[in-house]
Design a protein around this ligand. Structure first.
Ligand SMILES: [Zn+2]
Length: 86
C-alpha cells in the first residue's frame, strides 16, 4: 500500500496510485472536450483531437512532427466556422 497517494479534497479522501496521471480532457489545439475513444487515442498519439488531426495534422505531417502547430486564428477560422455552417 506504499505506492498509493492519499489526498483529502472537499471532505473526501482520494486514494490513487503514485504514478496516476489523469488523461487529457480537452484537445490542446482547439480546446474542445475529447468526445470519443478515437479523440482520446489521437490525443495520446498526436496531441490533438481527431478533427484537428484531419484538418491540421494530416495535411502537415512533416511540419507537425517538427513541432509546428496551427495558430489560434487558424483554429478559429477552420473549426469554429465549420461548426457554424452545420
Ligand atoms: Zn481539436
Amino acid at each position: 500500500m506504499s505506492n498509493v497517494i492519499y489526498e483529502r479534497k472537499d471532505g473526501l479522501l482520494i486514494i490513487k496510485p503514485h504514478n496516476y496521471k489523469r488523461a487529457a480532457a480537452d484537445c490542446s489545439i482547439c480546446g474542445f472536450a475529447l468526445r470519443h475513444q478515437e479523440d482520446i487515442v489521437e490525443h495520446e498519439n498526436f496531441d490533438c483531437c481527431l478533427d484537428c488531426s484531419l484538418i491540421f495534422r494530416q495535411p502537415n505531417k512533416e511540419k507537425w512532427q517538427q513541432g509546428w502547430r496551427p495558430t489560434g486564428k487558424d483554429v478559429k477560422n477552420r473549426i469554429f466556422n465549420n461548426n457554424q455552417e452545420n
